[in-house]
Every structure is written in C-alpha cells, then in structure tokens.
Ligand binder design. Structure first.
Ligand SMILES: NC(=O)c1ccc[n+]([C@@H]2O[C@H](COP(=O)([O-])OP(=O)(O)OC[C@H]3O[C@@H](n4cnc5c(N)ncnc54)[C@H](O)[C@@H]3O)[C@@H](O)[C@H]2O)c1
Length: 315
C-alpha cells in the first residue's frame, strides 16, 4: 500500500510512475456513487472537489441522509483548510437519494456497497440498467474478481475496478483493475480521471488481491509469523520497515488499522487462489477469535484504547 499524507484532492502528486498520455483531462462532469458509506463518501468528496456533479444512491432514505452528512462534514474539513473553496457551491453539486434514475445522466458510476458478492452483483446490474450505453461503471471492490462481476453485466467492456484507498482524501493511490473485457479506452480515460482528482493511478490486470492487497497482505502475514516465532517485538518488526525501508507505517501497525478480521478474510481468499504462501498464521486466527481486531476494537498488535487520530490506509 502506498500512503501519503500529502495526497489530498488538491495536492498535485508526482504521477511520473505511469505514462502521462492522459494528463490534463478534467474529472467527468457527472459522477454517480452507489453506496455512500466510508469509501463512497470519500469518493464522492474527491469528485466534488475536482468539480464534478455527484449523485449518491443509497439503500434507503436514512442511509442517504447519513451519506449526505458524512460528505458535508468532509467537505467542511476541506473548506477549513482551503479558503478558496466555497462549501455551498460544492454541496450544491451533490445529491443523495435512493433512486437509480439519478445515474441516467452520469458519465461514470462507482459502486461502493459492502464487500459481498451477491449484493455487489445485484447493485451493479441495477446501476448498469439505469446508465446510458456509453457511460462507464466501476467497482471499488478490494478483493472480488472484476471478471466475475463483469460476467453478470451486459456491457463488460465498459466496466473496470477503481480501487480507492482508505481514507480517500489522504490516499494518493487508486488501483485501476482491468478486466479481460475492459475496453482499452475505458482504462485510459480512468487514468485521466484519477489524475484529475490529484491522485496517482496504477493499472493492474484482474488477479487475486490485485497489486496492493497481494503485496501488503504478504508483508503483514510474514510480520505476524515473525512475531509468533519471537524474532522481535511488534515495535521492532515495524521499525525494520519504517526505518530500514522508509515505509510510512510498519506491517503490524497497518494490520491493526486495516482490521485483523479484514486481513484474515483477504488472506483466506488469497490462500485459496494463490496457494499456501498466503496461509494465515495461527496468531492471526487466535487474535481474531478473541476479538482483538486492531484499532476498531481497541487492541491488536498495539493498544488503541486512547483512540489516536486516523493516520493510515488500507491495502
Ligand atoms: N473501508 C476500507 O478500508 C476500504 C478500502 C478500499 C476498498 N473498500 C471497499 O469499498 C467497498 C465499500 O466499503 P466501505 O468500507 O465503504 O463500506 P461501508 O459499510 O462503510 O459502506 C457501504 C455503504 O453501502 C450502502 N449500501 C448497502 N447496500 C446497498 C444497496 N443495495 N444499494 C445502495 N447502497 C447500499 C450502505 O448503506 C453503506 O452506506 C467494499 O467493497 C470494500 O471492500 C473498503
């Protein structure tokens, strides 16, 4: 996982890692977001700050109201940091509701409902049915195969993965996942859209764990195995990577922030797809069974009971 505290929607990242063939393109004029939870609200915020009109569709009116509140709060924080921003103008470009018809006018719709295959396939089908034939549909899934999701769609060539990181405003990376059927022009446009958000795209073939989870989880699992074997303390294992390799966070602290249960779920999925090198260590299973899930439960490899400010992302 790449994490940068300077990667706000207004920060200009160094995108030299990827060819700049699509640099300078504006964000899409109209963007739809399906599911305005943690990630969907962050994605909506990013496009609003880049000048798009954003329509969020939620499962019921209470959830739509909650999404609207989350986005307004994040916009408020951006406005506090940047006097050039006008909160009412930005919020004026946002709508939150329950009607898929608001996706009719969208150039791009990003699905961010919970990581449940059945829920995602039905949500994606409903979104696609409401969209025009030329619009692009994306999923923010962190682990489900884009080809599997594409198999239920009528326009798989206009579908891809857009994997944003948490927290979206502070995360520089967006992983673009190219399905077997995804049109090359759709991938190229997506890179331009990501850059318009002030973020950096990487393009990854649809494969288990994409690039970020596969590498991030592997490092985290090995760190847990080292702790299990008494190689070093959690602090020292993390320092090996923060001080030795200049990672912003160590693999155990990152696992705490992501959630041990989330990491276990991804490890199990990767083990079934890629083999025993992703087998979860016994210590991880024990800690999850005991409810020591990391920051969200107050205890993981570190003690989080004093609830420190959020300072990390997820892979
Ligand atoms: N949280 C993270 O760290 C993170 C990071 C990267 C990617 N992701 C992925 O992003 C997606 C969303 O995760 P999240 O953490 O934002 O979840 P979340 O639970 O915070 O938000 C999901 C939202 O979807 C809404 N929803 C549920 N069913 C719906 C439906 N049928 N129609 C419309 N809205 C519906 C919920 O009301 C909720 O607001 C998942 O696929 C997850 O794997 C999460």
């Amino acid at each position: 996982m790449i994490h940068s505290s300077s990667g706000s929607a207004h920060g200009r990242p160094d995108t030299s890692a990827t060819a700049m063939t699509n640099a300078g393109r504006p964000a899409p004029a109209r963007v739809g977001v399906l599911g305005g939870g943690r990630m969907g609200a962050g994605i909506a915020h990013a496009f609003l700050l880049a000048g798009s009109r954003v329509a969020v569709v939620e499962r019921d009116s209470g959830a739509a109201e909650a999404a609207s509140g989350r986005i307004a709060e994040t916009v408020g924080r951006s406005v506090e940091r940047d006097a050039a921003l006008d909160a009412s103008e930005i919020i004026g470009r946002l709508s939150c509701g329950v009607d898929f018809a608001s996706f009719e006018a969208c150039d791009l719709v990003i699905e961010a409902v919970p990581e449940d295959r059945t829920l995602k396939t039905s949500a994606l089908q409903s979104a696609e049915a409401a969209m025009t034939e030329t619009a692009v549909l994306a999923s923010n899934t962190s682990s489900i195969s884009i080809d599997d999701l594409a198999s239920v769609l009528t326009r798989p060539d206009r579908f891809l993965g857009l994997h944003f990181f948490n927290p979206v405003p502070a995360s520089l990376l967006v992983e673009i996942v190219r399905g077997t059927a995804t049109d090359a022009a759709v991938v190229d446009d997506a890179q331009g859209h990501v850059r318009a958000l002030g973020k950096a795209p990487i393009v990854v073939k649809d494969s288990p764990g994409f690039a970020s989870s596969r590498l991030g989880v592997m490092l985290g699992l090995e760190a847990i195995r080292m702790l299990e074997e008494g190689v070093a303390s959690a602090e020292d294992i993390d320092a090996a990577m923060t001080l030795g390799y200049r990672h912003p966070l160590g693999p155990l602290r990152t696992t705490d922030i992501v959630g041990l249960d989330v990491r276990l779920g991804i490890a199990e999925e990767l083990a079934s797809a890629l083999g025993p090198r992703f087998e979860a260590p016994a210590l991880l299973r024990t800690m999850v069974a005991e409810g020591r899930l990391g920051r969200k439960s107050g205890e993981g490899f570190y003690n989080w009971s004093s609830a420190p400010a959020e300072n990390g992302g997820r892979s």
